[in-house]
Design a protein around this ligand. Structure first.
Ligand code: NAD
Length: 91
C-alpha cells in the first residue's frame, strides 16, 4: 500500500487518549494536506471511540504494525520517551 495519498500525508497517531481526541484529531481533520489514516492504542475501547468518531478504519493495538501504512507517525502517549527507542520511522 502506498504511504502517500496523492500529495496528502498519511498520518498515524499512537495513543488515542485525551490529547489525541480533544486536540490532535479534531485539528488534523481540518487540515487540507494530510489524512489521519491509522490509530494505535493499548485500549480497545479508546481505539473504538476515536476510530468511530473520526472515521478511521485502520486500528492497531501494537503501533509497530501501523508504521508500514503511514508516511508519518507521532506519539501522543503518556510514555512517549519510554518507547522512543522502539519506534522506527516509516520507510
Ligand atoms: N492532558 C494534558 O493536559 C497534557 C498537557 C500537556 C502534555 N500532555 C502530554 O501528552 C501526552 C498524552 O497525554 P494524554 O492526557 O492524552 O494522556 P492519556 O492517558 O489520556 O492518553 C494516552 C493514551 O496512550 C495510550 N498508550 C500508552 N502506551 C501506549 C502504547 N505503547 N501504544 C499505544 N498506545 C499507548 C494509552 O492507552 C492512552 O489511551 C502525555 O505525554 C502528556 O504528558 C498532556
Amino acid at each position: 500500500m502506498s504511504r502517500h495519498n496523492g500529495g496528502r500525508v498519511r498520518i498515524g497517531i499512537i495513543g488515542t487518549g485525551w490529547w489525541s481526541t480533544q486536540a490532535h484529531l479534531p485539528s488534523l481533520a481540518q487540515y487540507p494536506d494530510a489524512d489521519v489514516v491509522a490509530i494505535a492504542d493499548l485500549s480497545a475501547e479508546r481505539l473504538r471511540r476515536a476510530g468511530d468518531a473520526y472515521g478511521i478504519e485502520r486500528r492497531y493495538s501494537d503501533f509497530r504494525q501501523m508504521l508500514d501504512a503511514v508516511s508519518m507517525a507521532f506519539c501522543a502517549t503518556a510514555r512517549a520517551t519510554a518507547y522512543a527507542d522502539r519506534i522506527r520511522l516509516p520507510g
